[in-house]
Design a binder for this molecule. Structure first.
Ligand SMILES: C[S@@+](CC[C@H](N)C(=O)[O-])C[C@H]1O[C@@H](n2cnc3c(N)ncnc32)[C@H](O)[C@@H]1O
Length: 353
């Protein structure tokens, strides 16, 4: 993610996608077995980024908990070690106040991959993750010379010749499944019996994928830049955006048919399309440029470090990165139908057996 507060300022879409499943968290809190020996309740959010949205979710959990108990709460926020944890702590203690106010709530950060163990055995009462699981742990050795993503281009937005074959898609789908497996196994070890796991992530339903618009825009702009001689064809052909957009079935496949089946019960799972503030504003005002700028700000907040790392290591790389997003704004503003955006939010609430 781009740090320094940029992600927080451009992630109202992710906030909407998590909000549709926050009521499930309140249900989860009502059911978790509480400690009876004075030990703390332990919460963990995985993939918390700069924390604006993660703190919002944890606040809802603590409000629900306080209706049941005054017990101390230890609340951990995990992300990759490269995350902007300074901004996370700035959000936790704004102007030296406490964002998770009240007494008895103790926030702390963990650096580590959510595909591995990050907490002690049987230590957690409740674990959550929002908008993070699509990021693949590693990329299969498969080039995608005719698209920038392992997900299919959307029929309305793809350029001629742009495609991903079944054969190209398959190793990414296998990696995404393996990632889910590793995620559930790690959480199974960390959660206490009766503990709850709320998994939310962007994905796809029968009609739309959250990928549409985002990867189509990136693809079209990189092709434009090849044609304009700004980057070489190889940079485009080697580019793979490392995000997989799952269906609900793919989210749950390790539970339904695999390694994690004895450890979890699925309480509920659903794909919901959620309202996105920049789409709502566009519907209200019809202002294409403002829509394109907000939409691209949202894409830039989570994609910029990846885009920068995939462009050639030349002196003008920062200008090339800025050009990618500038061109995207122009393309989106010129043809909103071609890049329309649907945020499909997947949610699953599970119990550790
Ligand atoms: C789009 S942000 C989501 C932030 C926040 N949860 C929200 O919903 O707004 C995705 C976050 O997942 C983190 N992430 C990606 N892969 C991860 C991994 N393997 N382990 C932990 N965090 C990861 C990224 O660093 C990033 O901060």
């Amino acid at each position: 993610m781009r740090g320094g507060g940029f992600y927080d300022a451009n992630s109202s879409g992710q906030r909407s996608a998590m909000d549709v499943f926050l009521p499930w968290l309140v249900d989860a809190v009502a059911e978790i077995p509480l400690p009876e020996d004075g030990s703390p309740i332990v919460l963990l959010d995985l993939g918390s980024s700069e924390g604006g949205n993660a703190i919002h979710a944890v606040r809802a959990i603590i409000e629900a908990l306080r209706k049941r108990t005054k017990a101390d709460v230890w609340t951990f926020f995990d992300d990759l070690p490269s995350n902007d944890f300074n901004q996370l702590f700035a959000n936790l203690f704004p102007g030296s106040a406490r964002a998770l106010g009240g007494s008895g709530v103790y926030p702390a950060a963990i650096g580590g991959s959510l595909y591995e163990r990050v907490a002690p055995t049987s230590s957690l009462h409740l674990a959550t993750t929002f908008n993070a699981l699509g990021w693949m742990s590693t990329l299969p050795a498969m080039r995608l010379p005719q698209f920038v993503s392992p997900m299919a281009p959307s029929p309305s937005a793809s350029e001629k010749g742009v495609s991903v074959s079944e054969e190209e898609h398959a190793p990414f789908a296998r990696q995404a499944r393996e990632d889910m497996n590793r995620f559930y196994r790690a959480r199974a070890a960390e959660l206490r019996t009766g503990g709850k796991l709320l998994v939310q992530v962007f994905g796809r339903n029968e009609e739309y994928s959250t990928a549409n618009g985002i990867v189509d825009g990136l693809n079209d702009v990189l092709l434009d830049m090849v044609r304009a001689g700004r980057i070489g064809a190889e940079a485009y052909e080697d580019f793979v955006f490392p995000v997989f957009y799952r269906s609900v079935e793919e989210l749950l496949s390790p539970i339904a048919q695999g390694d994690a089946s004895p450890e979890f019960r699925v309480d509920k799972a659903e794909a919901r399309e959620c309202e996105v503030p920049f789409n709502e504003e566009f519907a209200r005002t019809g202002d294409r440029r403002a829509w394109a700028e907000s939409y691209v700000g949202f894409i830039r907040a989570f994609s910029e470090p990846v885009v920068a790392s995939r462009l050639p290591e030349t002196e003008d790389r920062p200008e090339l990165v800025a050009e990618v997003y500038g061109r995207m704004v122009d393309r989106f503003a010129a043809d909103p139908d071609r890049y329309e955006f649907h945020y499909i939010s997947l949610g699953a609430l599970l119990t550790r057996l």
